[in-house]
Design a protein around this ligand. Structure first.
Ligand code: ATP
Ligand code: MG
Length: 557
C-alpha cells in the first residue's frame, strides 16, 4: 500500500524518528491495529488502520492485526470476518501476523498468578456496585476492600477455583493491589479478571474467567514486540497502569502514544449507536451507503485510495477536533475525477421531440470518455434520434436572462450532438410541462456550427428509444445537525430526506453492461456506482457524491 504522507511529518513520526536515532528498539518499528470484534469498522477505525500500517510501511517495519477478543458476551465470528475483510480492503497488510488476545489467555493467567505471588493482586468478593462505591471520585480517595489483605495462599486458591468455574458470574474478581488513594483512578486496584460462564468464539468453554481489557491490552502488545502502541487520547491515563503491569512482570515495554480520535460532522462513530441504527431499522444494514462504516462507504462508492488520501489530509493531532464531512467528499471527488469514465445520465427526464429530425433516423456520435485527461483519448459512441430526454432542470419556462439552458425560443448545445432551439412547450391538464418541441440545426453536427455561432449552454441528453432506465439512490447526510447529539437524542436528529429514490432515470445505453461496483461520472450530476442490488433487468446506482465542492471553494476564498 502506498502512503502519500511518507514525507509529511506529524508528532508520532517525530517520536519514532527519535527512537530510530537512539536505537531504542534496535531500529525496529512494529505497530498494530487492535479492534474489538463487537461491531463493524467505521471511518474512525480507518484512520487508525491507515496510520498504523502506513507507519510500518514507511519505516520498513511490521504491522499486526490483533483482535482484542476479551469479552465473549458481545463478540461474534461475524464481526471477526467482516473486520478482517475490511482491513484487507483498505490495503493494510498484516502478512502472517493475524493475532487474537485469546491466543494469550494462558500466558495472561500465569502472569496473574505471578502478581498474586508477589502480593500485588487479590481476589475480591465485593459486588460490582460496591467496587464502584469504594473507588471514590476524582476529588475523594477510594477505600480499601475488606478482602484486600487476604493471604497469598488464599488468593491463589480462590483464583484457581474461579478459573475452574466453581463460582457464579459476578461473585468475585481478581484485582491488582496498587493504591486506593491514587490521584489516577486507574491505579485504584483495577479489576484484572471477572467470572463469566460464557462460550468464547475461539476458546469455546475452556475459560470461566476472562481478562479485562486493561490487563490484556498492554501485555498483548508486549508479547507481540510492538514498538509503538498507538491509541486514542482517552487511554492517556491508562498508560501508567500498563507500564506498571509490565514493570511488575519485568517484561518488554512498548511505547504507548496517544492521538486524537477522528470525529466527523453529521456523523456518529460509536459502535453502540451505529448498532442501534441497524437494529431499529433506521438504515438497511451495516453496509447502508449512509453509514460511516467501511462497508457503507464502500457500497456508496468510496475507494481505499480516497479513504487513505482523506486520512493523510487530516493528519494526526494531539487535541480533539471535528473534521468537516466535506473533506471526505473532497477526497473521493479528487480520486474519481482522475479516472472515472464519463457518461450521460438524466436523473429527472423531460422528453424532447426534435420536430425537424427524420422519424426513423439514428446517428451515432463519438464523445470523449475521459475529457479530464489529456493523455486518454478513449471515445465512446452515443446514439441520437428524434426523441430524446433532457433534465427537467435544464428547461425553464419564464427564464431570467442569466439562465443559460433551454427556454422557449432559446438555443442550447446537446453535448457532442446538435444545437436545438425550443419552439413549443406541451403541458398536461394541470399545467405541468410534459414535453418540449425543438428544432435542430443540421449544420451544428458534433456540437459546432460552420459560422462558429455561440450558445451559452451545453446540456446532457439521452436518446429515448436507446435509453437504459435505472433506479438511482441519492443520499444526503444521515443527521441534520453537524453534531448529531447536539440536542441529546441522535434519533431525533435523523434527516428524513437522507435517501431519495429516483425510479426511472434514463441512462446512455453504454451503461447497460455496467457491473456491481463499476463507477462513473454522470456528467454535471456527480459520481455514481453500480449497487450490488442491481440486475440486468433493473439497474441500480448509488450516487457517491455530487460534483459540487463546497470545501474546495471555501479553501480558495
Ligand atoms: P467504540 O467506542 O465505537 O466501541 P472503539 O474505539 O472501542 O470504538 P475498538 O474496536 O476498540 O473500538 O477500536 C480499535 C482501534 O481503533 C482502537 O485502537 C482505537 O483507538 C481506534 N479507533 C476507534 N475509533 C477511532 C476514531 N474515531 N478515530 C481514530 N481511531 C479510532
Ligand atoms: Mg475499544
Amino acid at each position: 500500500m502506498t502512503n502519500e504522507s511518507a514525507s509529511s511529518s506529524n508528532f508520532i513520526r517525530t517520536l519514532i524518528d527519535e527512537d530510530m536515532k537512539t536505537g531504542r528498539f534496535n531500529g525496529r518499528v512494529q505497530t498494530r491495529f487492535p479492534p474489538e470484534p463487537n461491531g463493524y469498522l467505521h471511518i474512525g477505525h480507518a484512520k487508525s488502520i491507515c496510520l498504523n500500517s502506513g507507519l510500518a510501511e514507511d519505516y520498513g517495519g511490521k504491522f499486526n492485526l490483533r483482535f482484542d477478543d476479551t469479552n465473549p458476551t458481545k463478540e461474534e465470528q461475524e464481526y471477526i470476518d467482516a473486520i478482517t475483510e475490511d482491513v484487507h480492503w483498505l490495503g493494510a497488510d498484516w502478512e502472517d501476523r493475524l493475532f487474537y488476545a485469546s491466543d494469550y489467555f494462558d500466558q495472561l493467567y500465569e502472569w496473574a498468578v505471578e502478581l498474586i505471588k508477589q502480593g500485588k493482586a487479590y481476589v475480591d468478593d465485593l459486588s460490582a456496585e460496591e467496587i464502584r462505591e469504594y473507588r471514590g471520585t476524582l476529588t475523594e480517595p477510594g477505600k480499601n476492600s475488606p478482602y484486600r489483605d487476604r493471604s497469598i495462599e488464599e488468593n491463589l486458591d480462590l483464583f484457581e477455583r474461579m478459573k475452574n468455574g466453581e463460582f457464579p458470574d459476578g461473585s468475585r474478581v481478581l484485582r491488582a493491589k496498587i493504591d486506593m488513594a491514587s490521584p489516577n483512578i486507574n491505579f485504584r486496584d483495577p479489576v484484572m479478571y471477572r467470572i463469566l460462564h460464557a462460550e468464547h468464539p475461539r476458546t469455546g468453554d475452556k475459560w470461566k474467567i476472562y481478562p479485562m481489557y486493561d490487563w490484556a491490552h498492554g501485555q498483548s502488545d508486549s508479547i507481540e514486540g510492538i514498538t509503538h502502541s498507538i491509541c486514542t487520547l482517552e487511554f492517556e491515563n491508562n498508560r501508567p497502569l500498563y507500564d506498571w503491569f509490565l514493570d511488575q512482570l519485568g517484561v518488554y515495554h512498548p511505547q504507548q502514544i496517544e492521538f486524537a480520535r477522528l470525529n466527523l460532522t453529521h456523523t456518529l462513530m460509536s459502535k453502540r449507536k451505529l448498532l442501534r441504527l441497524v437494529k431499529d431499522g433506521y438504515v438497511s444494514g451495516w453496509d447502508d451507503p449512509r453509514m460511516p462504516t467501511i462497508r457503507g462507504l464502500r457500497r456508496r462508492g468510496y475507494t481505499p485510495e480516497a479513504i487513505r488520501k482523506f486520512t493523510d489530509m487530516i493528519g494526526v493531532a494531539k487535541a480533539n477536533s471535528v473534521v468537516e464531512l466535506s473533506v471526505l467528499e473532497y477526497a473521493i471527488r479528487e480520486d474519481l475525477n482522475a479516472y472515472a469514465p464519463r457518461a450521460m445520465g438524466v436523473i429527472r427526464p423531460l422528453k424532447i421531440t426534435v420536430t425537424n429530425y427524420p422519424e426513423n433516423m439514428v446517428e451515432e456520435f463519438e464523445v470523449p470518455t475521459h475529457p479530464q485527461d489529456k493523455d486518454n483519448n478513449e471515445m465512446r459512441v452515443v446514439p441520437f434520434s428524434r426523441e430524446i430526454y433532457i433534465e427537467q432542470d435544464d428547461f425553464m419556462e419564464d427564464a431570467p436572462s442569466k439562465f443559460f439552458r433551454l427556454s422557449q425560443g432559446r438555443e442550447v448545445r446537446l453535448l457532442g450532438a446538435y444545437y436545438v432551439t425550443c419552439t413549443d412547450v406541451v403541458k398536461d391538464a394541470a399545467g405541468n410541462v410534459v414535453e418540449l418541441k425543438c428544432e435542430y440545426d443540421p449544420e451544428s453536427r458534433g456540437g459546432q456550427t460552420p459560422d462558429n455561432r455561440k450558445v451559452k449552454g451545453t446540456i446532457h441528453w439521452v436518446s429515448a428509444q436507446h435509453a437504459v432506465p435505472a433506479e438511482l439512490r441519492l443520499y444526503d447526510v444521515l443527521f441534520t445537525d453537524e453534531d448529531p447529539e447536539a440536542d441529546g437524542d441522535f434519533l431525533e436528529n435523523i434527516n428524513p430526506d437522507s435517501l431519495q429514490i429516483i425510479e426511472n432515470a434514463m441512462l446512455e445505453p453504454n451503461l447497460a453492461e455496467a457491473k456491481s461496483g463499476d463507477q462513473f461520472q454522470f456528467m454535471r450530476q456527480g459520481y455514481f456506482v453500480v449497487d450490488p442490488d442491481s440486475t440486468p433487468e433493473k439497474m441500480v446506482f448509488n450516487r457517491t457524491v455530487t460534483l459540487r465542492d463546497s470545501w474546495q471553494k471555501a479553501q480558495s476564498k
